[in-house]
Design a protein around this ligand. Structure first.
Ligand code: ADP
Length: 603
């Protein structure tokens, strides 16, 4: 990205603050004029003192002049304070306002993108956050630099140079002659430091990230007794950081020294030249100080040049990643015009192929029908493509080819938000937001009353358990057990009350008791709705109205439990394996023995 392009992109963001920008620019101009007052006053003072001395006059005659000079200098300084305050404050205000609009824009865009955007390797959670933060931060540094450093300093330098030339052509030429050397050293310094700021930040992040990782993996580290190994890894990061820090400091000290030297050469040249001109009676003695102070104004901004150059480079690097996020227009979720009042929930899927953005083809020529008001189970080994079907039904992704109909209309024609309002999704592990149980259930319907929330919790068989907690509905939801969190998700669904429900291994991460309890909640929510369930639990599959069996992205069998069992195909294979893993024969023997004993005792 070029600097020009960044300015073009930032322009609309700065536009609402154009008045503030103009005021800041005006203040900058006044400030740079005010900065030249000192050299003039000093020249006048020295010349007047000199002339008083020449005329053998003393303090009595000079007092009024001194008073006026003091008033002028102090008055200028007070004005300058206000100018600087205004300029910095407005500059910061523009920067802060633009930064928050940029961040908010990024959030708005990211929320509008398809799921595929998040799973892209460049956009994974942490990376996306870093790209937004770094992008905004470096762009804002650019804005800040412009208003607070570049503009005032360079305006000062330009005005000072013009004044020098106007006062004396030769002194002006000497001042200009030193500048290229100064520029060259600053450029070399920036070049040497190019990227070190970034590298340093990377190393610092690696260091703090390292500590976070250590804490996260403490149990594994300790159980494998890998403390020494981990310590060594950290020591290496520390060592790299140390070296990079020292190298940066070394470069800075060296070049800063060089710049001070060149600046001094400039000062010396100006002293020699002005002293010569004074002795040659071409200019007054006060002009020596006059030119030195002006030269100081000229060289001040160039001292900052390497930093400005470096930060500009950084902005060029990071803004690209940031604007890429804002520009990912083809990742925006597609929507359609259909917003029916009622959705019955009959899905017809015909010859659907689907490939994830990563390139994995998850579905091959898949056909299935989900009838309204019935429960359909999807069965298959892990990775068969079951969840992918649910993703497509929720319009999280679009199929590559094939037809997907809901109530006879293409799914793509439905308004995406309206469609999702009518779908409830319970996953293996549902996200529980930081907050209370009440807030988490309320996510189903944001303006629900407390009574409605309580009713939903009751339907999900959760209410009684919540009452047993010391803070009831105000307890921290993230502290609940897996089974309880799962029921919060189900209560959310009861509150949302959608006609279509997708259950993706809702009990896979729960223990047997919790699974049994959740089954009650699930059986309750299935009533009168269209349900698609993915489960490894036989109990939840066998009562389904229709079962579809998938294998490696293809639909291989379908029918009721009995039909599929008799078919002796993939379903039977999975069923028998599940039965064996449960050791059903032994369980059955134990249960029969148990019943016999009960029978004997009774006899
Ligand atoms: P199942 O639900 O039957 O276990 P999935 O539908 O989750 O299977 O996965 C089907 C295939 O798609 C697998 O090969 C899996 O690795 C792949 N897959 C799933 N999700 C993604 C994703 N977000 N990006 C890329 N590939 C994925």
């Amino acid at each position: 990205m070029s600097l020009w392009e960044i300015i073009r992109r930032l322009y609309p963001y700065v536009l609402p603050y154009r008045r503030m920008v103009v005021s800041t620019l005006l203040l900058t101009l006044v400030g740079s004029l005010a900065a030249q007052v000192n050299p003039f006053v000093l020249r006048y003072t020295v010349d007047t003192v000199q002339s008083l001395l020449n005329r053998n006059l003393g303090l009595a005659q000079g007092a009024t002049m001194l008073m006026w000079v003091s008033v002028l200098l102090l008055g200028k300084e007070i004005t300058n304070t206000f100018i600087q305050f205004g300029q910095r404050f407005y500059g910061e205000k523009i920067r802060i306002s633009v930064a928050s609009t940029l961040s908010q824009d990024a959030i708005h865009k990211i929320l509008s993108y398809q799921l595929g955007f998040y799973s892209d390797s460049g956009n994974q959670t942490g990376k996306l956050q870093t790209r937004v933060d770094r992008g905004v931060e470096s762009l804002m540094k650019l804005v800040q630099n412009f208003f607070i450093d570049i503009l005032p300093l360079f305006a000062n330098a330009a005005v000072a140079l013009v004044v020098m030339f106007m006062a004396n052509l030769y002194v002006g030429l000497v001042a200009v002659a030193v500048l290229p050397v100064y520029f060259w050293i600053s450029y070399r310094q920036a070049d040497k430091l190019n990227g070190t700021r970034r590298a340093l930040r990377g190393l610092r992040e690696a260091k703090s990230q390292g500590l976070v990782n250590l804490i996260d993996s403490a149990v594994v580290i300790k159980s494998f007794v890998r403390e020494d190994y981990e310590e060594q890894k950290q020591a290496q990061v520390q060592q790299n950081l140390q070296e990079a820090q020292l190298a940066t400091r070394k470069t800075n000290f060296l070049y800063d020294g060089l710049k001070t030297f060149v600046e001094q050469v400039g000062v010396v040249l100006i002293i020699i030249l002005t002293a010569y001109l004074v002795l040659d009676r071409q200019i007054s003695i006060g002009a020596i100080m006059f030119h030195i102070l002006l030269f100081n104004n000229v060289s001040a901004p160039i001292r900052q040049l390497h930093r400005i150059y470096d930060e500009m480079n950084e902005a060029l690097t990071y803004s690209e990643g940031f604007f890429d996020i804002l520009d990912a227009d083809d990742a925006v979720e597609k929507t359609g015009p259909l917003q029916p009042d009622q959705v019955r929930g009959t899905f017809d899927i015909c010859h659907v192929d689907f490939t994830y953005p990563s390139g994995t083809q998850a579905l091959h020529d898949v056909c299935l029908t989900i009838k309204e008001g019935t429960t359909t189970a999807l069965v298959g080994l892990s990775g068969a493509g079951k969840s992918t079907i649910i993703h497509l039904l929720c319009k999280f992704y679009e199929p590559d080819s094939g037809q997907m109909l809901l109530d006879g209309q293409p799914l793509a024609d439905y308004d995406t938000h309206a469609l999702r309002q009518r779908i409830g999704l319970v996953l293996q592990k549902n996200h529980i937001f930081k907050g209370t149980i009440e807030e988490n259930i309320r996510y189903g319907v944001m303006d629900a009353t407390f009574e409605q929330i309580e009713a939903a919790a009751r339907q999900a068989y959760l209410h009684d358990q919540i009452l047993e907690l010391p803070r009831g509905y105000q307890s921290d939801a993230q502290q609940l057990s897996g089974g309880q969190q799962q029921r919060i998700a189900i209560a959310r669904l009861f509150l949302k009350n959608p006609p279509i429900i997708f259950l993706d291994e809702p009990t896979a991460s729960l223990d047997a008791i919790a699974t049994e309890q959740i089954k009650n909640s699930l059986d309750a929510i299935k009533q009168g709705r269209t349900v698609v369930i993915i489960s490894h639990s036989l109990a939840q599959i066998v009562d389904s109205d229709c079962i579809y069996v998938m294998k490696q992205g293809r639909m291989v069998e379908s029918g009721t439990h009995e039909q599929l069992y008799d078919l002796r195909g993939t379903y039977r294979e999975i069923f028998d394996a599940s039965a064996r893993s449960l050791n059903i024969e032994k369980l059955a023997r134990v249960m029969v023995d148990d019943e016999d004993e009960v029978g004997d005792t009774a006899a």
